[in-house]
Design a protein around this ligand. Structure first.
Ligand code: ADP
Ligand code: ZN
Length: 824
């Protein structure tokens, strides 16, 4: 009888879109050490992947031979138990594979990459007659124990596809394929220096100085070292890195080298963290004012019965101060806190403010940080005494928290909480509520302009509702003045994009030494160019969108795939020489403002000027320190920034927000205008907002001017009800993608018909999404509207079933179908 019952198996999550888990055999001698949540290396066809152990069991799979796990990468699990449950929820709710969640959750430094390597088989005897010339050539390149990757071989042999040769050589048992694993996270090492152990004695060190009589500089540096390191004092010796030693003295590396060569000092390498762990003097936070105190009390009251509270507080009411107090209380009970912010609001202003209170207990998880730093945050959280507060962007919901007592979702209405692409297409705000319930924790959602969904949940009693309508120190909300640009245009009084009202106000503001923010919801120089003769508009080769003009780079760029081409001097179609910029991006506004106000210092903040974290912080810092008078920006400038000297905000064109074809357009326009306006206003002085529009009577504009959130909410709810949108209905978008538009159309129609037999009128389309081709894949969309009270689970299962049926057809082999649950 076979000892089959000896064997143990592990189900592994792999970053592959094929199934949720894959079963592997655990090597007998490793059975004891393998645990759920550890990383392992496993073979898949000819490649090796890093996977996560999902479960361990005794059940041998029936329909295939299992392979063995190659090695175990961790000594302890790097995914904790509640996290794994959270992954399951994400995969199930957002209809994607566990592997997709795994890819989104881990920083790339924790996922090893594999590159197939080829070497000559040890016992291969080179019998030239058995090999073709090509094969011989490759064997020659591999001689002497060299190994080459497939990519190298392509280059060395100058051929496109070396696989057939490799296959033949494998059959002839001439070569083997081995895997070289590249661990992409490297600990940071730094060189340190110390006194040779034999010299740590007063007598000997004296003789060293005698020896150095002729090398004065070396002697001085040694003296400096002894002084600095506190060697030969009663205090603890300080470790000194080479860099610090040289920087703190006036000597160069050659002098230090001399001391090392003589064996007086010795150098050694040591792992240092990338994270800033310097000790920070913590300060106590501000005392809450009476309104904040009241709101704080109400939050605690709600928490007795509900796990989620919506804090609706106008801009600058001090929501952050309340969060800080809540964090303090949670830390006192020994539990962790996650403070979520949309990407654009995660500024150094806020982190500095929190660092002052929480010091080293606070970790920051930013998508603009290098990956290595993210790995260190991850590892830090696995320790017993790791960070207690994490402030981070949406992906920080995947960090390995041990015991989350509180999650704060600031600016909860922001659509950057939603990941569009790739899967998992999750909404971090909603997912945070689920994550928190898995830890038995609380959630606070905060916003000056809550999302319709959250406000509805608050009114229905699902969430607690707390309002904070006074700004700190009762600074008045800004006055918003709508300016009719249609009228000024008719009278020919517009100076390009600027109304005389705005220009006059800007003039005044600059004269008062106050600052201005100009908001335009569009980056680049101009959205597109158009030939004035034939009307030709250059479009992206890969996507169905017109190219955006970027003057600084003299280029036309696609904002979807990054495709770039030079700006043509004449129309590529008709040869006409006048090819004109249409519309206005932030870059063009910057040029024009500089021409209109030559004395003013102007800066611009958008995706193009903030590619790195330092660039981003510099712009904010310059503006904060009043080294810049006018800041021009996209919605990036609307959030989380708090500038003391801004008294004027100009919104250059509200029309493109109002006319955007989406059922959330009006809600968003209200939010954006209110948020941008919130940047205006200072102590003892009301700020002004100039809102340029060709439709000053629009309901949304009226509601914003009157700061009437509740009317906005009521009207939007009526429309959502009438047209079957959330929160009354749940939306699921089904996107189908294929290179061939005909096959795509056929598939989309068939799928819609099949869905209609199950869901009837709840199926809309197929139609074209706003962009119908991205990176050479054509896209069709089917929209599903499901009653909010219907079973979400059941609906998704039925959709998956139909989708599987379609995909199983031969014609649709390369068809991609993906679901977007609760799209935004
Ligand atoms: P919000 O998050 O609601 O926009 P903030 O918390 O950023 O508002 O507060 C706006 C400004 O007012 C900040 O500069 C903050 O330091 C200050 N502030 C708010 N509350 C207090 C308080 N109780 N004591 C002192 N300063 C406060
Ligand atoms: Zn493109």
């Amino acid at each position: 009888m076979e000892l089959a019952d000896n064997k143990k198996y592990a189900d592994i999550i792999l970053p592959l879109p094929l199934a949720n888990v894959f079963t592997y055999e655990i090597p007998i001698n490793q059975q004891a050490s393998l645990k759920k949540g550890m990383r392992v290396m496993v073979p898949v066809q000819k490649k090796i992947y890093t996977g996560i152990v999902y479960s361990i069991h005794l059940i041998k799979p029936e329909n295939y031979e299992t392979k063995e796990i190659i090695s175990i990468l961790d000594a302890y699990p790097i995914i904790r138990r509640p996290q794994m449950r959270f992954w399951e929820w994400v995969s199930n709710y957002y209809q994607c594979y566990l592997g997709d969640v795994y890819k989104a959750a881990l920083p790339s430094g924790l996922k090893l990459e594999s590159e197939t390597q080829i070497t000559i088989k040890d016992d291969f005897e080179d019998d030239a007659s058995a090999l073709t010339p090509r094969e011989q050539e490759l064997i020659l390149k591999l001689s002497g124990g060299k190994s080459l990757s497939i990519k190298d071989i392509e280059k060395e042999l100058g051929i496109k596809n070396p696989l057939p040769i490799l296959k033949r050589l494998l059959e002839k048992e001439a070569i083997i394929i081995k895997e070289k694993i590249i661990e992409s996270y490297k600990p940071k090492l730094e060189e340190f220096v110390r006194l040779n152990t034999n010299l740590r004695d007063e007598e000997r060190i004296k003789s060293v100085f005698d020896q150095l009589k002729k090398a004065k500089k070396q002697a001085d540096l040694l003296l400096h070292y002894l002084d600095y390191s506190k060697a030969f004092t009663s205090e603890k010796t300080v470790e000194i890195s080479k860099k610090t030693l040289l920087e703190s003295s006036n000597f160069g590396n050659t002098i230090l080298k001399g001391l090392i060569e003589k064996g007086i000092l010795e150098s050694y390498k040591k792992e240092v963290g990338r994270l800033d762990l310097s000790v920070i003097e913590t300060q106590t936070r501000h005392k809450l004012n009476q309104f904040q105190e009241k709101a704080y009390g109400e939050i605690l009251n709600h928490f007795r019965e509900r796990s989620t509270v919506l804090l609706h507080g106008v801009t600058s009411s001090g929501k952050t101060e309340i969060y800080i107090k809540l964090i303090e209380e949670t830390l006192k009970s020994g539990r962790q806190v996650l403070y979520l912010l949309p990407e654009i609001a995660l500024t150094s202003q806020l982190t500095t403010r929190l660092k002052k209170v929480f010091g080293n207990k606070l970790g920051v998880y930013h998508s603009k940080f290098p990956d290595a730093e993210r790995v260190e945050i991850w590892n830090n959280l696995l320790k017993d005494k790791g960070y207690q507060v994490i402030i981070g962007v949406r992906s920080s919901i995947f960090l390995p928290f041990k015991d989350l007592g509180l999650i704060i979702v600031d600016e909860e209405h922001e659509n950057t909480y939603k990941q569009y692409d790739p899967a998992p297409r999750y909404n971090a705000r909603n997912a945070a509520i689920v994550l928190s319930s898995m830890h038995g924790g609380k959630v606070i959602l905060g916003s000056a302009t809550p999302s319709i969904e959250s406000y509805n949940n608050a009114l229905s009693g699902k969430f607690g509702l707390v309002e904070l309508m006074q700004r700190h120190e009762e600074i008045a909300l800004p006055e918003i003045i709508a300016v009719d640009i249609k009228e000024f245009r008719r009278k020919k009084q517009m100076k390009s994009l600027f109304s005389p009202v705005l220009l006059e106000k800007m003039e005044q503001t600059l004269n008062n030494n106050e600052q201005i923010i100009l908001f335009q919801n569009r980056r680049g120089f101009a959205p597109f160019i158009e030939c004035t003769s034939c009307g030709y508009v250059p479009k992206c080769k890969n996507c169905d969108v017109s190219l955006t003009v970027h003057k600084a780079f003299r280029a036309l760029t696609c904002h979807y795939c990054g495709y770039t081409e030079p700006i043509p001097n004449q129309c590529p179609k008709c040869g006409h020489e006048h090819i004109d910029s249409k519309g206005f991006g932030t870059e063009r506004i910057e040029d024009e403002i500089q021409a209109l106000f030559p004395e003013a210092r102007v800066a611009r903040m958008d995706l193009d000027t903030t590619r790195t974290k330092t660039a981003y912080e510099k712009i904010i810092d310059d503006f904060d320190q009043q080294r810049v008078d006018i800041l021009i920006g996209t919605q990036m400038i609307s959030k989380g920034l708090d500038f003391a000297h801004v008294s004027l905000v100009g919104i250059l064109n509200a029309d493109n927000m109002l006319n955007f074809p989406d059922f959330r357009a009006h809600e968003r326009a209200f939010q954006l205008i209110a948020q941008v306006s919130g940047r205006a206003g200072r102590k003892n002085k009301q700020g002004t907002v100039i809102l340029q529009t060709s439709n000053p009577k629009h309901t949304i504009i009226k509601q914003v001017i009157e700061n009437d959130y509740k009317s906005m909410f009521k009207l939007q709810m009526e429309e959502r009800h009438a047209f079957k949108y959330p929160p009354y209905y749940r939306l699921i978008y089904i996107h189908l993608k294929h290179r061939d538009i005909q096959i795509l159309n056929k598939a989309a129609n068939e799928m819609a018909i099949k869905l209609r037999t199950v869901f009837g009128y709840r199926v809309l389309g197929p139609d074209n999404p706003p962009i119908t081709r991205i990176q050479n894949l054509c896209i069709k969309r089917i929209m599903m509207k499901i009653e909010a009270e219907a079973s979400n689970e059941e609906a998704k299962n039925l959709i998956q079933k139909v989708s599987d049926e379609i995909r199983s057809l031969d014609l649709y082999k390369s068809l991609q179908i993906h679901l977007d649950v609760d799209p935004m």
